[in-house]
Write a protein that binds this ligand. Structure first.
Ligand code: NAP
Length: 256
């Protein structure tokens, strides 16, 4: 029997086959989970629909996390279709390209609020929608963060500040929902070339640097994130909540 057998999981943040959400979704399906996927706007419906076919997923739902009405509608649909929910994957972030280069101090009010809204607040909004569906089922919520929340990474700028808020949200949400048996965790993934990662200036230099310094002397793969994500969504991680788990080939332990 698969680790996720009988479990229903909502996976957000799928843009293409390089998305970390796709890697997690693949592992979930391999371990016999039933999953639902979301897409942002009609333009992306077909692209996510094609990925859903490869995952043999029937439920593909619209959700722009910047729109409260779409978030409400998403959970209303899941309640109608599934009745309950065992897992939530939040793999969403956005910042203006101009805010991912040069000095952090140049960030505009608009750019700051946009990144915080889509990258940090959205996890709280989705968690609030998911929690009532998880009650009595030992649900697990997962988001994706990056080391730029803890230390200064050149050009990561507003995304680092956003990820710091996201990581704090993980702890507060874990405390809110823990009494109902619901767990909330994050994976702090090492750099990996995806669509949104390309928006960070000099991203290739980050990859070269990490591969040279990390104890494992390599960059992570999307499979590394997928399998750890599946573990955190499964009952095998039943005692873990409020945790920021680094999947970074050990890079974060280095002082020099
Ligand atoms: P990705 O494939 O580009 O995924 C980002 C997703 O966010 C896309 O599906 C994007 O949808 C979605 N999104 C943006 N704005 C949205 C909105 N308003 N409503 C709904 N969805 C929205 O890149 P990724 O690297 O896999 O990113 C997934 C998560 O991992 C992000 O939180 C990222 O910060 C985090 N992470 C990435 C790395 C890395 O190096 N790649 C490292 C650590 C953490 P559209 O394509 O439709 O805009």
């Amino acid at each position: 029997m698969g680790w996720m057998s009988g479990k229903k999981v909502l996976v957000t943040g799928l843009a293409n086959e390089r998305s970390l959400a796709f890697a997690i979704a693949q592992q979930l399906v391999a371990e016999e989970a039933t999953i639902a996927l979301t897409y942002q706007g009609e333009a992306l419906k077909d692209r996510v629909g094609k990925l859903a076919e490869t995952l043999e997923t029937r439920l593909v739902l619209p959700c722009d996390v910047g729109q409260d009405a779409e978030v409400d509608q998403l959970f209303a649909t899941l309640r109608r279709e599934w009745g309950g929910l065992d897992g939530l994957v939040h793999a969403i972030a956005f910042a203006e390209k101009s805010d991912l280069e040069g000095p952090y101090s140049n960030v505009s009010r608009r750019g700051f609020l946009l990144a915080m809204d889509i990258g940090a607040y959205s996890f709280t909004a989705l968690a609030r929608g998911a929690a009532p569906l998880m009650e009595g089922r030992g649900g697990s919520m997962l988001t994706l963060t990056y080391f730029g929340a803890e230390k200064v990474i050149p050009n990561y700028n507003i995304m680092g500040v956003t990820k710091a808020a996201l990581e704090a949200s993980v702890r507060y949400l874990a405390n809110d929902f823990g009494p109902a048996g619901i767990r909330v965790n994050a994976i702090s993934a090492g750099p990996i070339k995806t669509l949104s990662a390309r928006g960070v200036r000099d991203f290739n230099d980050m990859l070269t640097h990490v591969a040279g310094k990390a104890p494992l002397r390599r960059n992570i793969t999307s499979e590394d994130v997928g399998s750890t994500g599946m573990f955190l969504l499964s009952d095998r991680s039943a005692g873990i909540t409020g945790e920021i788990l680094h999947v970074d080939c050990g890079y974060n332990i280095m002082g020099m």
